[in-house]
Design a protein around this ligand. Structure first.
Ligand code: ATP
Length: 394
């Protein structure tokens, strides 16, 4: 048996899925301090069931999940899978290869898988017992562990030798057998207590058993009597049944006659019903016509009202037109009077104008006379007088 493959994903510094393919012989992993070499040994210890965060160099178990770097976010779970070559059958399972997988989520959930099938931690511990491989076994010795083993107490060192000698499994089985023996002894004690208790109940139980036997005998007798009663009652019931059957036959005949009469009545009734339906139909037709007529009547009444409204409007307009006509006649009379007055004024003004023109002609002739005289001042006065007279005549 040897380790064939180790796969780490999200475990400590291994954020990316990393696969180590190992061949028989020696494989060496070299690197500077702090580059993650011990993380690989931790991964092997963890996948085989390590329960202590301290042994994995952390404070809490979820410290093994990749915690992030400046360039990369933390991951939500870690997974490690280790594959053993089992062609020599060292591990007691009928597989050529055995893969143990362990997963842990930040939520605290965790799971173990054996060849990709869920299993218990106990199955894994038992599988590797006495093979030198388990989490406590000597096949995986971490940094500083050699010194620890050398300095260990004889008892602690003995565990390692026992594992190497292959007796750890038997010791574990012995512990299990001893535990079960102790359980069985306790159960035996409890059974003997029950037997003692039952013995004290034996006397009253015998009396009860006699009573029960008597009861069974009486019950048998009762059964025979009940059968007799049953037979007698059955006989009586048969007679009664025959009588009842005859009565039932007579009643059935009567019922048939009644049924025939009823059928006749029903036939008459359905004919009347038919006529009633026809009459109801005719009434419905008349009602519909009546409805139409009353709708038409309402329409005519509405039209009549509209026309009456229109004729009263026309009458009102006629009255208004007559009033306007009277007003116009009155205005015409007034205008005619004003016209006559103006004509009279015009003829007065014309006669005034004729008189003024006459005076003007006289004045003009006098002016001409005066123009010929030397008395210039007098002429100016006469002219002014003339202008004044013209102004007045206008
Ligand atoms: P040494 O030679 O001292 O043993 P090493 O090469 O074996 O060193 P490890 O101690 O295995 O290195 O690895 C330590 C590295 O793992 C550190 O860089 C540490 O930051 C990193 N590391 C440990 N746990 C985590 C985690 N949960 N997430 C990310 N990185 C982690």
């Amino acid at each position: 048996m040897h380790v064939k493959r180790l796969e780490l994903s999200g475990f400590k510094s291994f954020a990316e899925k990393t696969v180590f393919s190992l061949t028989p012989g020696i494989t060496v992993i070299v690197g500077p301090n702090g580059c993650g070499k011990s993380n690989i040994a931790d991964a092997v210890r963890w996948v085989l069931g390590e329960q202590s965060a301290r042994f994995l160099r952390g404070l809490r178990m979820d410290d093994i999940i990749f915690n992030g770097t400046a360039q990369r976010k933390p991951l939500s779970y870690a997974e490690v899978a280790v594959t053993f070559d089992n062609t020599d059958g060292t591990l007691g399972l009928d597989y050529q290869e055995i893969t143990v997988t362990r997963r842990l989520y930040r939520s605290g959930e965790s799971e173990y898988l054996l060849n990709r099938r869920p299993c218990r931690l106990r199955d894994i511990v038992e599988l590797f017992m006495d093979t030198g491989v388990g989490r406590e076994a000597y096949s995986f010795i971490g940094q500083g562990r050699v010194a620890e083993i050398i300095a260990a107490k004889p008892d602690e060192r003995r565990q390692i030798f026992e594992e190497a000698a292959g007796i750890a499994k038997y010791k574990s089985r012995k512990r299990e057998a001893q535990r079960r023996l102790a359980e069985t002894a306790e159960n035996l004690l409890r059974v003997s207590d029950i037997i003692t208790e039952l013995k004290t109940q034996l006397g009253p139980l015998q009396a009860q058993a006699e009573q029960a036997q008597n009861y069974l005998a009486y019950r048998e007798k009762l059964k025979g009597l009940e059968v007799d009663v049953f037979v007698a009652e059955t006989q009586k019931l048969r007679v009664k049944r025959d009588e009842t059957e005859e009565k039932a036959k007579a009643v059935a005949d009567e019922l048939l006659q009644e049924q025939a009469a009823l059928n006749q009545l029903e036939a008459g009734l359905s004919e009347k019903q038919l006529r009633l339906d026809e009459a109801q139909e005719a009434v419905a037709g008349e009602r519909q016509k009546l409805q139409q007529l009353s709708t038409e009547l309402e329409k005519l009444q509405r039209q009549l009202a509209v026309r009456a409204e229109k004729s009263s409007n026309v009458e009102r307009q006629l009255q208004e037109a007559q009033a306007a006509l009277q007003e116009l006649e009155l205005q015409e009379e007034q205008l005619t009077a004003e016209k006559n007055e103006l004509a009279e004024k015009q003829s007065q003004l014309q006669s005034l104008l004729a008189a003024a023109e006459k005076e003007l002609a006289a004045a003009e002739s006098r002016l001409r006379e005066l123009e010929n005289s030397p008395e210039e001042q007098r002429a100016g006065a006469v002219q002014a007088e003339l202008v004044q007279q013209q102004e007045e005549s206008r």
